[in-house]
Each structure stands twice: as C-alpha cells, then as structure tokens.
Design a protein around this ligand. Structure first.
Ligand SMILES: [Zn+2]
Length: 193
C-alpha cells in the first residue's frame, strides 16, 4: 500500500482528444483509463495536493508532422478540438496545465522539456510524483526518465497508462524500463484512501 503524503503531486500526461480512440493519433484503450485517472484526481484533490496536466500543444507546421518530415500525422494543433481533453474528463480548476512542444522546431515527449514544470514542483516542495496518462511509450516514459534524473521519487500509475505500441512490446518494455529506473508501480486499489 502507498499513502499520499504532503510532498506528493499528481502528473497526468496528454489526455487529449487526438490521443483517444477516433483521434488523429488515437491510442487503443486510451478512453478506458479516464475514469481511473479521474479517481486519482479526486484523491489528490481531496488531500489538497497539487495536480499537473501536460498537453501536447503544437503549431500547425510542427516538426513532428509528416508534412515537415516528422514521424506523426498532424495532431494536437494548439487550441484545435483534437488538442482539448474530452468533455468527460473534468479536471479541477486548480490543476496546472503544462504545454509542451509549442515551438515549430522543437519536439518534446517529456513534460519537463522546455516547460516550467520543474520550477513549479520545486516551488511547491514536491518530492514524489505519481505519473500516468498517455502514452506509456512516449510522454509517460520520457517524463518518468526526466523526473528520476531530477531526483524525484516516482510512482507509476500502471492502471492509468496506455501505449501507442508501434511495435507490440513497446508499452511493456517502457514500463519495465521505468521500473528499472526506480519508478514504483502503483494501482488505485493499492493507494490508501
Ligand atoms: Zn506531439
């Protein structure tokens, strides 16, 4: 069992329509984790702990798009319907939004990359991050890597992540890699109320 402590924070990566089934880069099963993530949000909110939500937030000529020679179809163009969370995913107004990869020539899978996230966390005295969201093998993986490199304890919400799986084992390998880096796998039922 894990219990929430005063220096904990929740970080949910990229819950945006384009990453959900039917979206430009829809992730299979991405919608299944939304109720679980909302429950985590309520737990953190109930304890008055900080909540961060990252958003992939690109200009229309972003370097990661096929049209610019990048690996992905157009997705998460800043302010477009695909860049927004689904209406069923209501985050508290106190949640802090972290926008990433906002410049045309800059790709960022990690929520720490060229963002103020680390400064926010330092200002709040956060020591341990509970990380979930989309996608296991990209944003979640790279965010966890950076969090560990910056010295944060990490709990990985294994029931609150889903993988792109360009190769079928990508998600599983990413999870194993994060655990090897020191991330502690956590599920909702193992988090004391
Ligand atoms: Zn992107």
């Amino acid at each position: 069992m894990e219990s929430l402590k005063p220096q904990d924070a929740l970080l949910i990566a990229d819950v945006q329509n384009d990453f959900l089934p039917g979206g430009a880069l829809g992730i299979r099963g991405g919608d299944e984790i939304l109720p679980v993530l909302l429950t985590y949000i309520h737990r953190f909110q109930g304890k008055g702990l900080p909540i961060f939500l990252s958003r992939d937030w690109h200009p229309s000529n972003h370097c990661s798009f096929h049209s610019q020679g990048g690996p992905w179809p157009v997705h998460c163009v800043a302010g477009s319907p695909g860049s927004l969370p689904p209406s069923s995913f209501e985050a508290p107004s106190s949640a802090v939004l972290i926008y990433k990869a906002i410049d045309a020539n800059e790709e960022a899978y990690s929520a720490f990359e060229h963002t103020p996230l680390h400064r926010h966390l330092q200002a709040l005295g956060v020591r341990r991050l509970f990380i979930g969201g989309l996608a296991t093998d990209y944003c979640v993986l790279n965010t966890v890597k950076d969090a560990r490199a910056l010295g944060y304890e990490v709990c990985l919400l294994t029931d609150g992540i889903r993988a792109v799986n360009l190769l079928p084992e990508d998600g599983r390998q990413a999870e194993a890699h994060m655990i090897q880096l020191g991330a502690v796998p956590v599920r909702l039922e193992a988090l004391a109320a």
